[in-house]
Ligand binder design. Structure first.
Ligand code: HEC
Length: 96
């Protein structure tokens, strides 16, 4: 019986993990940016440019970071650039 409830707790945990790690929602995108964009410099470097760079400029920047080794798939460059271009300055989870 105890074994059974442990197993179902594990299952619920896995399902929750999958639900929260899926790409799509704005906060998921923010978490992705936090993860992919902080190994080399602080996200402050990004936040200084939020509300400044156009989406086109962000595409160029994100592509340059990917070329430099940012762990981001090529198919995520445009979505990340669009997320950064649309982000309100000082908003989370990247810049709060
Ligand atoms: C592999 C290391 C690395 C990763 C990962 C990385 N960067 Fe950078 N970033 C740099 C370096 C080095 C510079 C300074 C030189 C330059 O601007 O190219 C920089 C500078 C910047 C700048 C300031 C210069 C500018 O053009 O405005 C921004 C904004 C930036 N990074 C955004 C990002 C974003 C967004 C991500 C995630 C997609 C990211 N970085 C991930 C290495 C990295």
């Amino acid at each position: 019986m105890k074994r059974m409830s442990l197993l179902s707790a594990l299952l619920v945990g896995i399902v929750a993990l999958i639900a929260f790690s899926g790409v799509g929602g704005a906060s998921n995108m923010g978490n992705l940016v936090n993860k992919a964009c902080s190994p080399c410099h602080s996200t402050k470097r990004i936040c200084l440019n939020v509300g400044v760079k156009s989406e086109k400029a962000w595409v160029a920047t994100v592509q340059r970071m990917v070329d430099a080794g940012a762990p981001l798939g090529a198919d995520m460059v445009a979505p990340v650039a669009s997320y950064l271009a649309g982000m309100a300055p000082g908003s989370g989870p990247v810049c709060d």
